[in-house]
Design a protein around this ligand. Structure first.
Ligand SMILES: Cc1cc2nc3c(=O)[nH]c(=O)nc-3n(C[C@H](O)[C@H](O)[C@H](O)COP(=O)(O)OP(=O)(O)OC[C@H]3O[C@@H](n4cnc5c(N)ncnc54)[C@H](O)[C@@H]3O)c2cc1C
Length: 516
């Protein structure tokens, strides 16, 4: 936890004449001047601020915070200063008055926001979760790793399909089955996002989060240390359909979490900077029963210049249909051409299919330049936590939301104390330490294997190796970078180089095969 931000005395004087806005709850509420909840801490904060003076060197922060806490405990009053009617301004580390908790707004109710709000509310923080569309169906393949089911305590029936067979298909249609090392109880889960997200949101509500059906429009940032954020949103409560207008409302909070996805409005408001993104396109189709039978426990990944210049295309099974899609960073304008490419390649297996939904959405390529500013922080896609190579983001969104909440809970002592930027930065350090290597490895793999058809051919060939399959699946299913067999790693390194050499020096590429 970071050091105390002592409030300059001059600021306290200035705020003493402003209206009271020490409200608890999501709309600013006037508090009676005699309310004990505001008077004691206000005088205490003033006393500690006066005693502590201006902000000093970082090394002295801890001592200052202790001094502030001591003065808070004693309830000292600064002589001659009138604080009745003053705005409640709390510095980092200071306790909230009786009945008041740290107020956190989580914007966006996808896996990142819902998991974050759930953890915060469960652990005693006053939490508001703002989601614009409660039945949102996020464009997504819906593949989740096995570890997410246990870790996030998901009901078994949230998984529509248990994928145990994964087929990699090379530019020449060479097929490699890569699920062979899976144990009987291991699988990739396929979920519908409208179902998963709703489950996570409702659980957050059950655990105490206030769920707001509203569109976050913007916020005013704190002008002084300890000031609140004032969020503006269109409240859609009781309204349905695309024509709904909503009622404009405000929400005053201490901390803002941007979990509003790749087009994050919170990121814009805090000037978090832009990131490079891929555009992903997906068509959901119903296919004849005999064709669906083939996909009942199988997912396919196609690579080749025809389906994407820098990513892969997929056919993923859903409850009663398949999702057929592709993505690219380097040629976003060509996305429809690549979609036609995957349709053509998978044609024998999806023939007779009827498109029931077409969707497209950006996928972040790397984290934003700033993920924390003051007391606001980004998680999930808003922060940029999708892995390269696999394009996976659901687990990382939920995990970043939860980890961020845990840091806030710890540093605010279950919502009893104010936090600051340094407290939130602690989450970034933990996150980067834990998952940095995973992002790095997958980034390298994408750079080596997704840039030419020769490299892609060699990638698929390598996937035949049992060791590669084991490492790949264990890393994906359990979210750890595997590879504790130095001999296996050496052999694999050698094989990779010779395979890349072979395909890069082939005079004429292998002819295209026909899919069975
Ligand atoms: C086509 C495609 C396929 C993909 N396939 C997979 C896959 O198979 N597996 C995988 O792991 N990942 C996949 N991903 C990535 C994955 O979808 C994301 O990483 C994941 O959804 C991130 O979750 P999130 O909670 O951060 O953001 P989101 O899921 O985008 O959630 C953001 C939420 O915020 C809400 N919101 C946005 N703006 C506002 C606002 N102003 N006010 C209020 N609410 C707002 C939205 O309605 C939404 O509910 C895919 C992505 C795409 C585009």
């Amino acid at each position: 936890m970071s050091g105390v931000m002592a409030m300059p005395v001059a600021t306290l004087r200035a705020t003493a004449t402003t209206p009271v806005v020490a409200g608890i709850g999501h709309v600013a509420q006037p508090v009676p001047a005699s309310a004990p909840s505001s008077s004691v801490p206000l005088t205490a904060v003033a006393a500690s601020a006066a005693a502590l003076g201006a902000v000093g060197a970082a090394t002295q922060r801890r001592g200052r915070r202790q001094a502030q806490r001591a003065s808070l405990a004693q309830g000292r009053v600064t002589k001659g200063r009138t604080l009745r009617g003053a705005k409640l301004v709390l510095c980092a580390g200071a306790s909230f008055p009786e009945g008041r908790k740290l107020r956190v707004a989580v914007v966006g109710g996808g896996p990142a926001g819902a998991s974050c709000a759930d953890q915060l509310a469960k652990d005693g923080v006053e939490t508001f979760l703002i989601e614009r569309k409660m039945d949102n169906c996020k464009p997504c393949g819906g593949a989740i790793p096995l570890c997410m089911i246990d870790e996030f305590d998901l009901p078994k029936d949230i998984v529509d399909r248990q994928v145990r067979k994964m087929t990699m298909i090379s530019p020449t249609n060479k097929e490699v089955q890569i699920g062979q090392t899976l144990k009987d109880d291991e699988f990739i889960g396929m979920v519908r996002r409208e179902v998963l997200d709703d489950f996570l949101r409702q659980r957050a509500k059950k655990n105490g989060a206030t769920l707001i059906n509203g569109l976050f429009i913007g916020m005013s940032l704190p002008q002084n240390k300890g000031d609140s954020y004032l969020l503006t949103y269109n409240d859609y409560e009781g309204q349905e359909g695309n024509a709904r207008k909503g009622e404009t409302k405000t929400l005053e909070v201490d901390v803002v979490i941007g979990a509003d996805g790749a087009n994050s409005r919170v990121a814009k408001d805090i000037e978090a900077g832009d990131y490079e993104y891929a555009i992903a396109f997906q068509e959901r189709m119903t296919i004849p029963d005999d064709k669906m039978e083939y996909y009942k426990d199988r997912a396919e990944m196609y690579v080749g210049e025809d389906v994407s210049p820098d990513f892969y295309a997929w056919v993923f099974p859903k409850c009663d249909h398949v999702a057929v899609g592709t993505g690219t960073v380097v040629d976003k304008k060509g996305i429809k051409l690549y979609q036609q490419g995957i349709r053509d390649r998978a044609a024998p297996r999806i023939e007779g299919g009827k498109i029931i939904r077409v969707e497209a959405h950006p996928i972040p390529e790397h984290p934003r330049p700033w993920r924390v500013k003051d007391r606001s922080i980004l998680v999930g896609d808003a922060a940029g936590y999708v892995t390269k190579c696999s394009g996976e983001g659901i687990y990382f969104a939920a995990k970043s939301g939860r980890m961020c909440a845990e840091t806030i809970v710890k540093n605010s002592q279950q919502g009893a104390r104010m936090i600051d930027e340094a407290d939130l930065m602690e989450h970034l350090r933990e996150w980067d330490g834990k998952y940095g290597p995973t992002y790095l490895v997958l980034d390298l793999l994408q750079k080596v294997f997704y840039t030419s058809d020769a490299a892609r051919e060699s990638f698929v060939e390598l996937c035949e190796e049992e060791y590669v399959q084991k490492v790949t699946f264990d890393s994906y299913l359990y979210k750890t970078v595997q590879g504790n067999d130095p001999v296996g790693d050496l052999k694999l390194g050698w094989k990779t180089l010779s395979s890349l050499y072979k395909f890069n020096n082939q005079k004429t590429p292998d002819p295209m095969r026909t899919l069975a």
